[in-house]
Design a protein around this ligand. Structure first.
Ligand code: BES
Ligand code: MN
Ligand code: ZN
Length: 511
């Protein structure tokens, strides 16, 4: 089986003209009237090749575009990649992350083994250099990622390794950039790790296999520990929501609990964060079976749970100053003679009873037990992440995740983390009006609402299992997948959730 592309990131002080590299990437805004100092100097050495290209209208600096100028022996680089940054006033930190992703994606496609990034130059003092270093590192992991571990023919000779350097001619700048590179590499690596697990199909990853992956992850860090509850232990604990959803499959359900404990003690003002991730290793819908079209995409219904694995890896790699409990309920939702059925009434871990009206609304059935577990663990803040509803995908498409919750400050913190990480969110309601729709006549709750607002009623269901705890919910149905490749990424899993929630943890951790 092929390993994913290994990425190595470092910073180097070198003159832009002298830098020997396969590909030197520089940014260009669409509304910049002239070339910046570095590009102009390179252009002189290239006898005006850049200016000619721009004059011909072959490159306008639009976001997502790029153009290659070949070296002529007078500069160290074999190629220069001009990367479009769009309008200057629309710049965000994600502009630079995407520019790095675009560069790395191109490098892998053209089999360039080393890339040198001078993308930060164009941004001037807009962002702190460390922050830009982090974003560039994250972007190169993101853009170079390919999922091809089961492709046995190797005629394409895909790169095994990509060497990335962030360069500047000023050593004090390189030093500052370098500060963010290591965190960016930890986060990028954690996201790629998660993307591979997410992309693996359901015949490869089932609940027990996911649990084994979590155990293996924990073995790699002193600060991580992992406990797994199998179906017998779930029965002993009366986690009947998880058991009901898993009852149709030979692959029995699990509850995976990962604990991150910082090396040094953290003060009482730092919250213990519970991260709850939905891990349905395959969602056929169960007895309320889904239509055949695109059902293969339901291997990605474990994305929330796997994102939590990636976040725990990042937390441990960064040595964050906050306690984190990762709680991952894992089950396979299949129809069979042992499946749970529409009409069943389940007594969940919390004691609340739920009337099952649709076995395809299975995410909330496993999450309610996991959320109650997080409450019993005494987490100060609980955040769940789940590919929960097709309704969320209808509402927001694939660009932003739905964000619900019961605490204004927590919502704000997550919105800020989303802005910083480039994994975008949009606020949606989940209050009493929606909760009312989830009342059953014959049990405490039912598992589906009326026809409309499905993302909101699903969140309103979950809300009833967190008691008085501060809670937020990310519905990532839609954002978990790139149906087609883009300038910034190959197709398949997007790894959504790893960056935004790691960014949140970094913001609340003791510095
Ligand atoms: N995993 C799906 C939601 C989903 C849909 C994720 C499309 C990604 C893309 C979830 O378990 C589900 O089936 N939800 C149902 C709920 C309904 C029965 C109330 C849905 O959205 O149709
Ligand atoms: Mn479903
Ligand atoms: Zn599902």
């Amino acid at each position: 089986m092929r390993e994913i592309i290994e990425v190595e990131v470092r910073a180097r002080t070198v003159d832009f003209g002298k830098c020997e590299t396969e590909l030197l990437a520089l940014g260009q805004f669409s509304d910049a009237k002239i070339l910046d100092k570095v590009s102009a100097e390179l252009d002189r050495k290239l006898d005006g090749a850049i200016e000619r290209l721009i004059k011909l209208g072959d490159f306008k600096g639009k976001e997502g575009t790029s153009a290659i100028v070949y070296g002529n022996g007078n500069i160290g680089a074999k190629r220069i990649l001009l990367v479009g940054l769009g309008e200057r006033k629309k710049t965000t930190l994600d502009t630079i992350r995407k520019a790095a992703a675009n560069t790395a994606n191109k490098a892998v496609s053209m089999k360039a083994e080393t890339i040198s990034l001078g993308l930060h130059r164009a941004f001037g003092g807009r962002f702190d250099l460390g922050t830009m270093g982090q974003a560039m590192a994250e972007g190169t992991y993101f853009g170079s990622y390919r999922y091809d571990e089961y492709v046995t023919k190797s005629e394409d000779g895909r790169l095994g390794r990509l060497g990335v350097e962030v360069i500047d001619s000023d050593s004090s700048k390189t030093r500052k950039l370098n500060k963010g590179l290591s965190s960016g590499a930890v986060i990028g690596k954690a996201q790629s790790y998660a993307r591979t697990l997410m992309n693996r199909p359901a015949n490869v990853i089932n609940p027990a296999k996911l649990a084994a992956a979590a155990k293996e992850l924990a073995r790699g860090f002193k600060s991580l520990s992992c406990t797994v509850f199998d179906e017998k232990q779930l029965a002993a604990k009366r986690m009947n929501g998880i058991l009901a959803v898993g009852s149709g499959s030979q692959n029995k359900p699990r509850l995976i609990v990962l604990r991150y404990t910082p090396a040094s003690r953290v003060g009482p003002h730092v919250p213990t964060v519970g991260l709850v991730g939905k891990a349905i290793t395959f969602d056929s819908g169960g007895i309320s079976i889904k239509p055949a079209e695109n059902m293969d995409q339901m291997k990605l219904d474990k994305t929330g749970g796997v994102a939590v694995l990636g976040i725990m890896k990042a937390a441990a790699g960064l040595g964050l100053g906050a306690r984190v409990v990762g709680i991952i309920p894992a089950a396979e939702n299949l129809p069979s003679g042992t499946s749970y059925r529409p009409g069943d009434i389940i007594t969940t871990f919390s004691g609340k009873t739920v009337e099952v009206q649709n076995t395809d609304a299975e995410g909330r059935m496993i999450l309610c037990d996991a959320l109650h577990y997080a409450v019993k663990e005494n987490c100060d803040v609980i955040i769940d992440i789940a590919t929960l509803t097709g309704a969320c995908k209808v509402a927001l498409g694939s660009h932003k995740a739905g964000l619900m919750g019961n605490d204004k400050r927590l919502i704000k913190q997550l919105q800020r983390a989303a802005d910083d990480s480039g994994e975008k969110v949009w606020p949606m309601p989940s209050g009493d009006e929606y909760a009312k729709e989830m009342k059953s006549k014959i049990a405490d709750l039912k598992n589906i609402g009326n026809k409309w607002g499905g993302a909101c009623t699903a969140a309103a269901f979950l809300r009833q299992f967190v008691g008085e705890k501060k809670w937020a919910h990310l519905d990532i149905a839609g954002t978990e997948l790139f149906e087609r490749a883009t300038e910034y990424s190959a197709e398949g899993s997007s790894g959504f959730g790893v960056r935004v929630l790691t960014s949140y943890l970094m913001s609340v951790a003791a510095k």
